[in-house]
Ligand binder design. Structure first.
Ligand code: PLP
Length: 464
């Protein structure tokens, strides 16, 4: 299996190379040259497999011969054995044909664990085989950082440096990052905002000379292996409610378009999916593109669903690549224009996007209302991201005979503010995290200056 860039200029890579490279060197994102597909009968034959067994079936074709079957199987088994629920991704019924898929039973209580727990193991394995080391650098506004640190803390061949905006992430989120005790984990609290953090990561990837020969790797969702890992739970959820012989629909709280793009891939790979609903908060560029062909950056708004406070959804480029019949030059041109102006998709391309996705933007007030209503109806407590997904599911659901599954992307304990605003009692930390507020924290506060950040990384990264 080879991977090509959405902008058509970067070299083709195999899975191991894509895993370590992150972004393509032409500024594009890597996608498989050809997607594996499965027949309905084959998918049906997977009913009854454990989550890890299913993950092996879905992931195996993407790896090619870069990793042996036995090693891949072991890493997948270890990954999902670390989840706190026997079903790994259990479904809860809210009403007739209405479900939520709980993706928050991993170590950091958000869906990003599904990919990052596996990513850390895959990277460590490939680095060990090559006798190389890697420096992971990433920016976080919360969930990505803690999940990436948890995923990499046991990796012997990489160091991880995560930048978060000083004093601007929630205390639970910060402590999930800063209380991890491992020699290869470095938390940088930057005296700036999230965009400053992201900018530093981008600049550092563009010119890695400050590392004196070491290489940078990425753990954000531009890394193909993250998207790949997320395809699995669309299959597992569909199988659990009667697929593939009956279609299912999904509603997905969306920020960077990574999670929903995995759903789109599941559909291309043969899983019968009727509707894919893109659910956004007031940072609604995706909703504006899908509903009105308006691809323009707004101003970033802070909402009660901070993990979706994103102005530019980087993985949307992967979809556009398909919609533009994999014309890398057209995508490069579109993305270049999008940097400085608002763009429209060609009419026929936009029609394809609209056929593939429904969408809704949900404001904070409605988010709290949904949390309150669903709790009153069912006793079930939604986190704010999931509440947005449930609202979009209810508004966009065309055929009530088709099961509608909303992805529950985080445990409500991570985001108590909207729960309290909804007039409900704040949820308690699960037992294995009960002492989070007593644990010792480790982080380095640094000024908003690229040279200071780079010299901190160069000094602390292990070299051999
Ligand atoms: C990251 C995240 C999202 C958005 O996922 P994308 O893949 O960026 O679309 C939604 N909800 C929660 C809780 C998250 O952590």
């Amino acid at each position: 299996m080879n991977y090509i860039s959405t902008r058509g200029q970067a070299p083709k890579l195999n899975f191991a190379e894509v895993l370590l490279a992150g972004m393509a060197n032409d500024g594009g994102l890597y996608v498989p040259e050809q997607l594996p597909t499965f027949s309905r009968d084959e998918i049906a034959s997977w009913a009854g497999l454990s989550y890890a067994e299913l993950a092996f079936k879905v992931i195996r074709p993407f790896i090619g011969d870069c990793i042996s079957e036995a090693d891949l199987k072991r890493m997948i088994d270890e990954t999902y054995a670390g989840f706190n629920h026997s079903a790994v991704a259990p479904l809860k019924e809210l009403g007739t044909n209405e479900w939520v898929l709980e993706l928050f039973h991993g170590p950091t209580l958000a869906f990003k664990d599904f990919a990052l727990q596996l990513l850390g193991r895959l990277m460590d394995h490939v680095l060990a085989e090559r006798g190389e080391r890697l420096v992971i650098m990433g920016a976080t506004s919360g969930d990505t950082g803690s999940a990436a640190i948890e995923g990499c803390r046991h990796s012997e061949h990489l160091d991880i440096f995560i930048l978060h905006p000083y004093n601007r992430v929630s205390e639970v989120q910060r402590r999930q990052m800063t209380t991890i005790k491992a020699d290869n984990v470095f938390n940088i609290a930057l005296e700036g905002n999230f965009d400053d953090c992201q900018e530093m990561v981008k600049d550092s990837f563009a010119d890695q000379s400050f590392l004196g020969g070491l290489k940078l790797g990425a753990v954000n969702s531009i890394n193909w292996a993250r998207i790949m890992s997320q395809i699995v739970y669309y299959f597992s959820a569909a199988l659990a409610v009667g697929g593939p012989h009956r279609p299912v629909s999904f509603s997905v709280p969306t920020g960077n378009f990574g999670d929903i793009f995995a759903g789109y891939l599941a559909k291309q790979m043969g899983l019968p999916i009727e509707q894919l609903v893109v659910a956004t908060n007031r940072n609604d560029i995706l909703h504006r593109v899908i509903s009105g062909n308006d691809m323009s950056k707004g101003t970033l708004e802070h909402t009660l669903s901070p993990s979706m406070d994103i102005m530019v959804s980087s993985n949307f480029e992967r979809l556009l690549f398909d919609v533009y019949d994999r014309d890398g030059a057209a995508i490069a041109d579109l993305m270049r224009r999008f940097k400085t102006e608002s763009v429209q998709l060609d009419g026929a391309r936009w029609d394809k996007v609209r056929e593939l996705f429904d969408s809704l933007a949900v404001d904070d007030e409605t988010t709290c209302q949904v949390i309150r209503d669903v709790h009153a109806e069912t006793g079930y407590l939604l986190d704010p991201h999931t509440a947005i997904g449930v609202q979009a599911a209810r508004e966009c659901w065309r055929d009530k005979a088709v099961p509608m599954i909303t992805l529950a992307t985080a445990h409500p304990v991570k985001f108590p503010e909207p729960v309290i605003k909804a007039g409900l009692e704040a949820p308690q930390l699960p037992a294995h995290m009960a002492d989070l507020f007593e644990r010792e924290e480790r982080m380095q506060v640094l000024p908003n200056a690229l040279s200071e950040v780079q010299s901190y990384i160069a000094t602390n990264a292990h070299r051999g």
